[in-house]
Design a protein around this ligand. Structure first.
Ligand code: F6R
Length: 609
């Protein structure tokens, strides 16, 4: 996820680009850059770090020009650096490109372009776009972009500028958002509405495959093959703050709703041929090393730790390998036993959590290789680990982690299947069936999100209580822990997660008339045991809401409410089952008037031990 802005018209472009980028910084903030068409030629300025670093670099020497493009980056290919910041140019500075998304076949294209004589200056996938356009340019930028697009696979929104064509920007949307703002004698392009709200409220929302040619006085939209299209302009009536959140009242809700997209991005290019092939080139281990693994050790904090627990169930079940999951803050003080055949995996959304980082350093000091699962390219964890598997959730702004957790789960499942295949533990048909089930997950999460009103009703019951319980057996217990943490951290209700079978060993004493109990019962191999535990709560007057797979008949008459979830193989159910719990925490926090995105006492990135 990155932020794109473009301007052409009567005004000076530079301040408009900077103002737009400031409003898009929530989309990425590891580097920024601008390209302007100036009297003396194209001027490109880029800087690593937040937008302020770019402003400092420019100082009083802002480039003078009436057309330009700008970008704020969320690194995917290549760590944050001046060279990897956008805009990217071809061999000459005649062409500049800003891009949001991923070019899947960029390595192939880069090799081909290098053979054609092109010289690259960055590690990014984006740079191939600039060279491709340059390669195909014969006097018409629109045609050059069209030709370039025929070669490219992936998801992207991009804006291209050419110094040889005055007052013209070409933009493209495929799977990543892009809008065009309409002014009088001036036009704008942006990834999102807030970037241009101060200038116009009249916009075109480009659709997948749309190409647009923009001048200060005109906007023409085309199909990929160049046929003209009519799109209807709409009036936006959001205020600026609302717009940054895509119209949602809080980042947390926006991020919950983004989960289907985040899942699709995380599986993109990794799960191939209907699931039969899993490609994780990031692992860089030879088949013998993969077969030698005798134990897996997962270390993380908070929500990432809960993801690790879910991973343990899947890995033990499918790989028949012992898996330990440890809290990073505990791991390093108990002299952990690691040997050369232990696969050490650290999980961290931010890649900056102090305890997780300390655990990683300790393991490496002991001579172990560390695989990191993180969401932030170029983060300290990513830099210091031996191998990195990225989750492609995009920037997570709300303190309570949601979409990062879901993509961590998906990555752990992909890793499990990858290891299972490498160790000859999964048959072709297993892989095909699991692959199909994984491809279905984003749509199934969408189905749950569409029913958020039902969860809001449950939240109304829960909101006045000061104590609640989440119970589950098997991997449902791990999901219960995540559900309880979400509720605690943003609604300040005391929530305790319990292995359902353990309740009667003490905690059942706290269940009295009306006490809300959230029961997860998605694991079909223990469904009868789960029903027994739910009966125990029912008999004490607890107010039970169950989450179970559709088609589960065993729970009827046993609970005050049953929310049936779309069905999946048991080990994948956490991805679906946690979503209503995230929504529940969200709606309860809203009902209690809590500060959802910035809960008291907490910070997004915990860089102290
Ligand atoms: C809870 C939450 C935290 C983080 C934890 C680890 O919603 O977000 O529990 O999961 O602080 O953070 P990362 O994953 O950045 O290492």
């Amino acid at each position: 996820m990155c932020g794109i802005v473009g301007y052409l018209g009567e005004q000076q472009a530079y301040p408009i680009l900077i103002e737009g980028l400031k409003r898009l910084e929530y989309r990425g903030y590891d580097s920024a850059g601008v390209a302007l068409q100036c009297a003396e030629g194209m001027k490109v300025i880029k800087a690593k770090g937040e937008l302020s670093a770019l402003e400092q670099k420019v100082g009083n020497g802002a480039p003078i020009g009436h057309m330009g493009i700008g970008h704020t980056r969320w690194a995917t290919h290549g760590a944050p650096s001046d060279a990897n910041a956008h805009p990217h140019c071809g061999c000459s500075e005649d062409f500049a490109v800003v891009h949001n998304g991923i070019i899947e076949n960029y390595l192939f294209l880069r090799n081909w372009l290098e053979k054609e004589g092109h010289r690259f200056a960055s590690e990014t996938d984006t740079e191939v776009l600039a060279h491709l356009v340059e390669h195909f340019y014969h006097g018409d930028l629109l045609q050059a972009v069209q030709k370039a697009l025929e070669k490219v696979r992936g998801s992207f929104a991009m804006v291209v500028m050419c110094d040889k064509e005055e007052d013209r920007l070409i933009c493209v949307r495929k799977d990543s958002p892009l809008i065009i703002g309409l002014g009088k004698g001036e036009n704008f392009v942006a990834s999102d509405v807030p970037a241009i709200l101060n200038h116009t409220r009249k916009i075109y929302i480009l659709e997948d495959g749309d190409l647009a040619s923009i001048t200060p006085d005109s906007v023409e939209i085309f199909t990929p093959s160049g046929d003209p299209l009519q799109r209807e302009a709409i009036e936006v009536n959001w205020d600026a703050v609302q717009a940054e959140k895509g119209g949602y009242p809080h980042f947390m809700l926006k991020e919950i709703m983004e989960q289907p997209h985040a899942l699709r991005e995380t599986m993109r290019g990794r799960l191939l041929q209907g699931g039969r092939e899993i490609s994780l080139p990031e692992l860089e281990m030879n088949p013998q090393e993969l077969r030698n693994i005798s134990r897996i050790y997962i270390v993380a904090c908070g929500t990432a730790y809960h993801a690790g627990l879910v991973g343990k169930y899947a890995m033990e079940r499918l790989l028949r390998l012992p898996v330990e999951v440890d809290l990073a803050s505990e791991f390093r003080y108990r002299d952990p036993i690691l040997d050369e055949n232990t696969l050490m995996l650290v999980i961290s959304q931010s890649g900056e959590t102090a305890d997780t980082l300390a655990a990683l350093r300790l393991a490496r000091k002991q001579g172990n290789k560390v695989l990191a699962l993180t969401n932030v390219v170029g983060s300290t964890v990513a830099r210091e680990a031996d191998n990195v598997l990225y989750t492609w959730a995009g920037p997570e702004i709300a303190v309570a982690s949601t979409k990062a957790y879901l993509t961590q789960l998906l990555s752990l499942f992909l890793l499990t299947l990858y290891l299972g295949k490498a160790r000859n533990l999964l048959s072709r048909s297993d892989l095909e069936n699991f692959g199909k089930a994984i491809f279905a997950l984003p749509g199934q999460v969408e189905q749950v999100l569409e029913r958020s009103e039902e969860i809001r009703e449950l939240a109304e019951y829960l909101a006045p209580w000061e104590s609640t319980f989440f119970i589950g057996r098997n991997v449902d217990y791990a999901v219960a822990m995540e559900g309880a943490l979400k509720l605690k951290e943003i609604s300040y209700i005391h929530a305790e997660a319990y292995a359902a079978g353990e309740l009667k060993h003490g905690t059942l004493a706290l269940v009295v008339e009306g006490v809300p109990v959230i029961a997860l019962a998605t694991q079909m191999n223990v469904i009868e045991k789960s029903v027994s535990n739910i009966k125990e709560v029912n008999a004490r007057g607890g107010y039970i809401t169950c989450f179970a797979q559709e088609g589960t008949t065993e729970l009827q008459g046993e609970a005050d409410g049953i929310f049936y979830l779309p069905s999946a193989p048991d080990f994948l159910m956490p991805i679906i089952a946690v979503v209503p719990l995230q929504l529940l925490a969200y709606y309860v926090a809203v009902a209690r008037g809590c500060s959802v995105d910035k809960p008291r006492n907490l910070a997004k990135s915990v860089t102290v031990e």
